[in-house]
Design a protein around this ligand. Sequence first.
Ligand code: DC
Length: 212
Amino acid sequence: MLVVAIDGPAGAGKSTIARALAERLGIAHLDTGAMYRAVTLAALRAGLHGDEPAVAGIARRMTLDVGTHVLLDGEDVTAKVRAPEVNVAVSVVAANSAVRDELRDRQRAWAAAHQGGVIEGRDIGSVVFPDARLKLYLTASPRVRAARRVAEHGGDVDAIEADIARRDGHDERRADGPLTRPDGAEVVDTSGMTIDEVLDEIERLLGERESR
Ligand code: DC
């Protein structure tokens, strides 16, 4: 099973790179951030977002299909999981250990069903797939990350930089599965790189691993 684990802070280019890398390698791609976002959306809709056990129950009961679209109990919520309310609330849901346990189980089951894949998130190389063939930690300067978000979704670069910094802080400080550079991960700073340059570098690193 070929698993490439990609972790790193928001806006480092994980999703763009993970999607393109999966295509180059001819394997599946899983955005685990979309899973945390879907649980958050469901919790907000139920008005239960602050209630940890209730949110964990929602996570356990929901049917969730994350591919090119995000399907929550059969409903296409691809755009809705990117809404500002979800951006604000997702850190709290991502700090809920019972939710994390449930989503990690689903991520491992997904990988088994797809014979591996490119899996992106915050705790993929550190917790979910510590034995991944290749572990990457993608990063970029906060300013570059904010500018990329603005290019993709619009908005004010200073406000987005502040929001990114707030979410990074939450992700790095939480007790369960904090954002960290996993042991054995290759760090790639994408700040001054094009997408193709990043992909070429990753393929080179993968080739290096495979020849060992
Ligand atoms: O990558 P993203 O911005 O869509 O992630 C949304 C949130 O989910 C973010 O606050 C980090 C969190 N997350 C996590 O805690 N663990 C993961 N494996 C993926 C995302």
